[in-house]
Design a protein. Structure first.
Length: 301
């Protein structure tokens, strides 16, 4: 890595010499001062989201894992705040590093890339698991069966998330079910109708979980359940399932994102396994940035 850094420095120097030789004072990048590195330009800061998110924790761990990130910080705010900063940076072709995850519509709105993470500090492929309170299976066997059967693909979830940008998650979920009733019938297979039994789905305030909760809720309603969905913090979601205040959640990102929340409550939670595979987290940057790996960043001196 040291050698790489030296090589980087040499290249940087020759670029400056070349620029000086051109003598027209034109800047190479149209945003960053040419003598400035990406690390300097972003002020050794990664733009994060809510402090309570799993990705925020993963990013803090990542900052401790990489020696080249000494002195770096994660600035937390909100998902909306992060997306606004991302939009602004892209409009001005400025460098920015965000904590990013997929599925998410930001990847269709902008050309973005994940930085390589050779230490695997942000995890690899993640699955979204369905978890339930203890006793749920015995008390509500039909609902348990439906939720245990609930599985869909990234493409399905994305269809709901993208359509919701112009309407609402509820409307997009209703349309998805209309167009995919066969899949839903598969989830309902072998279960019996109930008469207005109440189910509490504990969800998270991100589109991934808002989409899966809305679709699961429609499937349950087709079998006669009355469903309520509550969006809470990640920690509260795990606590609510562990202490039985909520029945079920479709939003456990495992093994890394919510790994510690899961382990803390493991004995009081039943894991029904993945409802979606192929999710991911990482440090995300606009494609135009000339950087590929977390290891290419420089420590704050
Ligand atoms: N997320 C989306 C959440 C879970 C859903 C990856 C931003 C997180 O806890 O980090």
């Amino acid at each position: 890595m040291k050698n790489n850094k030296k090589l980087g420095a040499t290249l940087g120097l020759s670029a400056i010499l070349l620029l000086a030789a051109c003598g027209n004072g034109e800047q190479i990048g149209n945003s960053t001062n040419d003598t400035q590195t990406i690390s300097e330009a972003v002020d050794y800061t990664i733009v994060g989201i809510e402090p309570g998110a799993g990705i925020t924790q993963a990013t803090d761990n990542m900052l401790k894992t990489y020696e080249n990130l000494a002195g770096w910080e994660q600035e937390t705010s909100s998902t909306a705040g992060m997306l606004t900063q991302l939009d602004q940076a892209i409009r001005n072709e400025k460098p920015i590093l965000i904590t990013g995850w997929s599925p998410h519509y930001k990847f269709t709105q902008h050309d973005l890339k994940y930085l390589e993470d050779p230490e695997g500090a942000m995890g690899g492929e993640e699955s979204l698991h369905t978890i339930a309170r203890k006793g749920f299976k015995e008390e509500m066997p039909n609902a348990y069966q439906i939720l245990d059967n609930f599985y869909w693909e990234v493409e399905d979830m994305e269809t709901v998330m993208y359509e919701a940008l112009d309407s609402s998650i509820e409307e997009a979920a209703t349309n998805w079910v209309e167009n995919n009733q066969e899949t839903v019938d598969g989830w309902l297979e072998g279960t019996e109708k109930v008469d207005g039994e109440q189910i509490e789905i504990v969800s998270l305030p991100w589109d991934t979980e808002r989409a899966s909760s809305a679709v699961a809720s429609i499937a349950l309603e087709q079998q006669g359940y009355e469903v309520s969905i509550t969006d809470v913090d990640v920690a509260v979601m795990f606590e609510a399932i562990a202490n039985g205040e909520g029945d079920v959640s479709l939003g456990a990102w495992l093994p890394v994102t919510h790994g510690s929340f899961f382990e803390n409550n493991e004995e009081d939670i039943e894991d029904l396994g993945p409802n979606l595979d192929g999710a991911r987290l990482g440090i995300v940057v606009p494609e135009y940035m000339d950087i590929d790996s977390i290891e290419d960043l420089e420590p704050k001196e």
